[in-house]
Design a protein around this ligand. Structure first.
Ligand code: AMP
Ligand code: ZN
Length: 495
C-alpha cells in the first residue's frame, strides 16, 4: 500500500508528510504514567489518542515498536526539582513500600488500559530499571560540557547550551531570557547557576527512600532524564515519533530535547506529537486540583455528575469523536449521545457482516459513491489521524448499508466493492478505532449458552426426564436466570 500519512509536528507547528527514519520501521515513544495513584480519565484520553495513532501506523503496514514507560521514581511533587518523590510520599500515606505503591497503581493502569481496549506497548520500561543508562547519559552530558555537579547533584547548564547556539524553548515557545532572569529565591534553586537549569541527578537526603549509588554520591535521577535514556536505548538516538499530553511540552519534553542533543549530538525526535486535554466543567482534568473523574466511576455510574453508567468502549468512542489535538469537555449528556452513535455503528457492523451478497443490477453511481467514501476514511486518517471525520464517513457508509439492505441481502454494487466495504468497515472499526464490542460479544455468548441449556432442558422434558429438566431450571434460577414456560415456548429473564 502506498503510504501518504501527514501528521502535525508540534515542534514546527505544521502538518508534514510522515517519513520514518528507517524505511518501513517506526519507533514511537509515549510518556507513560507516574504510578502513584489511579489514572484519571484525562490521562486515559492521552493514552487512547496514542493507541489509535499506533493502531493506524500498524494498519498502514509499518513495523511499529511502541515504547511507553512507567515512571516509578524521580518525579517530584509539583513537577519540580525539589521536594518529595510523588511515589515515596504516597507510600508514607498508605504505609506501604514505594514498590508496593508502584505495583498497585501499575496493575490498576494496565487493567484500565485493557478495559479501554488499548494495545499494550512493545516495551514498557521503568525508570528504576534504567538507573545505569541514566547515569551513563549524565556522564556523556558532563563530558560534552553541558552539565555541572554541585553538592552531589548534577544540573543541566541551560545558558551554556544556548550560548553554543542551541534553542532551548523551541518546542514550547517559552521565552528563555525570562526563564534565565527568573527568581533565584525558590527552595533548592541556590545550587543552580541559573534558575532555568534543571536537575539530571539529585543528591538524596537521609530520609529519601528511593536512591542509588552514582559517581556523584547517593541520589536519584531527575524526572526528564528517564525518557531520554530509555527512548535512546530502545529506539535509537533519534526517534521517529515522541508523544505525550500537551502539558508535558514544558519543561519535560523541552528538557528531553536538550538532554538528547547534548549527550548524543543529534535532535532526539523527528516528529513531536501532543494530545490535547480532557476538561471537566471547562477546566483541565488534573490530579493536583482534584478536578478528576476515575474510569471506574464512569463504568459504575457512581458519581453525581453522571446520569447512568457507561461502558468503556462508549467512553473510548466519545473520545475519538474529537480530534486528538482539540480540547474535549466531558459531560454525561455528551456521553449519552455517543452511546447512541456507538450502538448504531455496532449494529451496522453486525448487519454488514451478516448480510448476504446477492448480485443484482449494478448501480454504478452507488458503487462509486461507496468506493469514494471508503477512500475518504483513509484520507481522513492520513490527515493527522482525524478520527471524528473518519467516524462521520463511517456513518455515511452505515446509512447506505441500512438503506440498501433488503431482507438481509445486498447486491446493487459489484462483489469487489462489497468485499472492499466489509473489509474497510471492519478494519476501521475494529483495528484502527479499536471499537471491538467486547461487552456485547460476551453478552451474545451468554445468550447462546442459555439457549443451549434451554434446548437440553426441552429434550429432557420430551424424554420425560423431569428430574434433569427441573435441575436445569432450578440451577439457572439460582444464578439469577428465571425460566417461564408459555404457549409460545420457553422464555427467560436475567435478574
Ligand atoms: P502523569 O501521570 O501526570 O505524568 O500523566 C500521564 C499522561 O496523562 C501525560 O501524558 C499527561 O500529559 C496526560 N494528561 C494529564 N492530564 C490530562 C488531561 N486532563 N487530559 C489529557 N491528558 C492528560
Ligand atoms: Zn516522559
Amino acid at each position: 500500500m502506498i503510504k501518504n500519512l501527514f501528521l502535525y509536528n508540534s515542534l514546527i507547528g505544521e502538518k508534514v508528510k510522515f517519513e520514518p527514519i528507517a524505511s518501513n520501521n517506526v519507533g514511537i515513544y509515549v510518556c507513560g504514567p507516574t504510578v502513584y495513584s489511579e489514572v484519571h480519565l484525562g490521562n486515559c484520553r492521552t493514552f487512547i489518542s496514542f493507541d489509535v495513532i499506533v493502531r493506524y501506523l500498524k494498519f498502514l503496514g509499518y513495523n511499529v515498536r511502541y515504547v511507553r514507560n512507567i515512571t516509578d521514581a524521580g518525579h517530584l511533587e509539583n513537577d519540580a526539582d525539589f521536594g518529595e518523590d510523588k511515589i515515596s510520599k504516597k507510600a508514607k500515606i498508605e504505609q506501604l513500600e514505594p514498590m508496593e505503591i508502584v505495583q498497585k497503581y501499575t496493575l490498576d493502569f494496565h487493567n484500565v488500559m485493557s478495559l479501554f481496549n488499548t494495545l499494550p506497548p512493545s516495551i514498557e520500561p521503568t525508570a528504576t530499571g534504567h538507573i545505569i543508562e541514566q547515569i551513563e547519559m549524565i556522564k556523556s552530558i558532563i563530558k560534552n560540557g553541558y552539565a555541572y555537579e554541585v553538592n552531589g547533584s548534577v544540573y543541566f547548564d541551560v545558558k551554556k547550551y544556548i550560548n553554543d547556539g542551541y534553542q532551548y524553548g523551541k518546542l514550547s515557545g517559552r521565552d528563555i531570557d525570562e526563564l534565565i532572569s527568573g527568581s533565584r529565591d525558590l527552595q533548592g534553586q541556590q545550587e543552580k547557576k541559573n534558575p532555568s537549569d534543571f536537575a539530571l541527578w539529585k543528591n538524596a537526603s537521609k530520609q529519601h527512600i528511593m536512591k542509588w549509588p552514582s559517581p556523584w554520591g547517593t541520589g536519584f535521577p531527575g524526572w526528564h532524564l528517564e525518557c531520554s535514556a530509555m527512548g535512546a536505548k530502545y529506539l535509537g538516538d533519534q526517534i521517529d515519533i515522541h508523544g505525550g499530553g500537551m502539558d508535558l511540552k514544558f519543561p519535560h519534553h523541552e528538557c528531553e530535547i536538550a538532554q538528547g542533543v547534548s549527550a548524543n549530538n543529534v535532535d532526539p525526535v523527528k516528529y513531536w506529537m501532543h494530545a490535547n486535554m480532557l476538561t471537566l466543567n471547562g477546566k483541565r482534568m488534573s490530579k493536583s486540583t482534584g478536578n478528576t473523574l476515575l474510569p471506574e466511576e464512569i463504568f459504575s455510574g457512581e458519581n453525581e455528575i453522571l446520569k447512568k453508567a457507561f461502558s468503556p468502549l462508549v467512553v473510548r468512542f466519545f473520545m475519538l469523536q474529537a480530534h486528538y489535538r482539540s480540547v474535549l469537555d466531558f459531560s454525561s449528556v455528551a456521553l449519552s449521545a455517543s452511546e447512541k452513535g456507538f450502538n448504531k455503528l455496532m449494529e451496522a457492523k453486525k448487519v454488514l457482516s451478516n448480510v448476504k451478497f446477492v448480485q443484482k443490477n449494478i448501480n454504478t453511481e452507488l458503487d462509486s459513491q461507496i468506493v469514494n467514501l471508503i477512500e475518504a476514511c483513509y484520507k481522513h486518517m492520513n490527515d493527522d489521524f482525524n478520527t471524528p471525520q473518519t467516524i462521520a464517513t463511517l456513518f455515511e457508509l452505515v446509512s447506505i448499508v441500512n438503506t440498501c439492505n433488503n431482507a438481509n441481502s445486498f447486491g446493487e454494487i459489484s462483489k469487489e466493492t462489497f468485499i472492499y466495504l466489509q473489509k474497510t468497515m471492519n478494519g476501521f472499526i475494529l483495528d484502527v478505532l479499536g471499537l471491538d464490542n467486547l461487552d456485547s460479544q460476551s453478552n451474545d455468548k451468554s445468550a447462546q449458552l442459555v439457549e443451549l441449556m434451554l434446548s437440553i432442558r426441552n429434550e429432557a422434558k420430551n424424554n420425560k426426564n423431569y428430574a434433569l429438566s427441573d435441575q436445569i431450571r432450578n440451577q439457572l434460577n439460582e444464578i439469577g436466570i428465571t425460566i417461564k414456560d408459555g404457549k409460545e415456548g420457553t422464555t427467560y429473564s436475567i435478574t
